[in-house]
Design a binder for this molecule. Structure first.
Ligand code: GLV
Ligand code: GLV
Length: 338
């Protein structure tokens, strides 16, 4: 796993003739954009803790050499054409569906992401949602907080056990693998689907069997999504896919909302065609599709996958190192794949 801990003292910062300008679109956790300042950059940033509007983003970034942006910032060809001074875009995320990477590279602008450093944080959160959805934790918490709990009862909020059940993982990159590794502790069987089969060594160490997508849908008691969002994976979970799933299945999504047809998910959960879902990401984020909030059998988290102090700090460091490397004329540490 890529472990990066850039410190101002051990990064070789080239003697830039003039401090390059970096625009940062959102306040960052420790070590914060102060790290960029310490590295010799001129830092311009959005100091308000809210996403910038398109116009604010356009105005703020003007004349910058580098952009450190969020998954909520849409970087398309029009944006790139308006900012010819940019040489690197460091996305503060491992996903990069918010950026037209091909358009950026066609203009000589490198795009980087933050793989590795948020793997464990995201795998942990997937398990938090899986357990919460399997054991009715959301509904239980709402009952307690509403003052409606009258005491222990033999029939109350019975959930699904994990041991000897099958976990299906969609997308077997580093996060999918970290989720599979944790499944061993729960005594589960693991099947997975990925565009490319992983090595036999990895399969053996995880005890994970490669299956087709349809077989995964038919066999899984729990499903966890870790595939990147692209033209192929958008609405992978549509009415056809839901029809193949067990009525007792629990679906967890910490990847990207649009992997699921969210309107259809609302119908499926409402009609109990699957048992439950745990969502960290949404198709129209931060808007929640109508009907989802009223359902008892879904646990809803506000996109917290990478939200651990360690992961979010290392993401800052990795973005900074990518910016240093590209502006120094060296290869990016973690370029966006593709
Ligand atoms: C978060 O969703 C990320 O892609 O890092
Ligand atoms: C997704 O399925 C991938 O190939 O990463």
């Amino acid at each position: 796993m890529h472990r990066l801990l850039v410190q101002p003292t051990d990064v070789v910062v080239p003697p830039f003739p003039m401090a390059p300008i970096v625009f940062v679109t959102r306040p960052l956790p420790e070590p914060g954009s102060g790290l960029l300042h310490d590295l010799g950059f001129e830092v311009r940033s959005n100091v308000e803790d809210r996403p910038l509007t398109r116009a604010e983003l356009m105005a703020g970034v003007e004349g910058s050499d580098a952009l450190l942006c969020m998954l909520s910032d849409r970087i398309d060809a029009e944006f790139l054409d308006a900012n010819p001074s940019l040489r690197v875009i460091a996305n503060y995320a491992v996903g990069f569906d918010n950026i037209d990477v091909a358009a950026a590279r066609a203009r000589g602008i490198e795009v980087t992401t933050t793989p590795g450093v948020l793997t464990d944080a995201t795998a942990d959160l997937a398990w938090a949602l899986l357990l919460a959805a399997a054991r009715n934790l959301g509904a239980g918490e709402r009952m307690v907080r509403a003052g409606e709990w009258t005491g222990w009862a033999p029939t109350q909020l019975l959930g699904e056990p994990l041991r000897d059940r099958t976990l299906g993982i969609v997308g077997m990159g580093s996060i999918g693998q970290a989720v599979a590794r944790r499944a061993q502790g729960f005594g589960m069987h693991v099947v997975y689907f990925n565009r490319n089969r992983v090595s036999p060594q990895i399969e053996a160490s995880l005890g994970a069997d490669y299956v087709t997508f349809d077989e995964l849908l038919r066999r899984s008691d729990f499903l966890s999504l870790h595939a990147p969002l692209n033209g192929e994976s958008r609405h992978m979970f549509d009415s056809r896919a839901f029809a193949l799933m067990k009525s007792t299945a629990v679906l967890v999504n910490t990847g990207r909302g649009a992997l699921i047809d969210e309107a259809e998910l609302v119908n499926v959960l409402h009609e109990k065609r699957i048992a439950a879902a745990g969502l960290d990401v949404y198709e129209f984020e931060p808007t929640i599709t109508e009907g989802l909030l009223e359902l008892e059998n879904v646990v809803l988290a506000p996109h917290l996958g990478s939200a651990s102090t360690l992961a979010r700090g290392d993401m800052v460091r990795l973005c900074c190192e990518n910016i240093v490397e590209v502006l120094a004329g060296r290869p990016a540490v973690t370029p966006a794949p593709g």
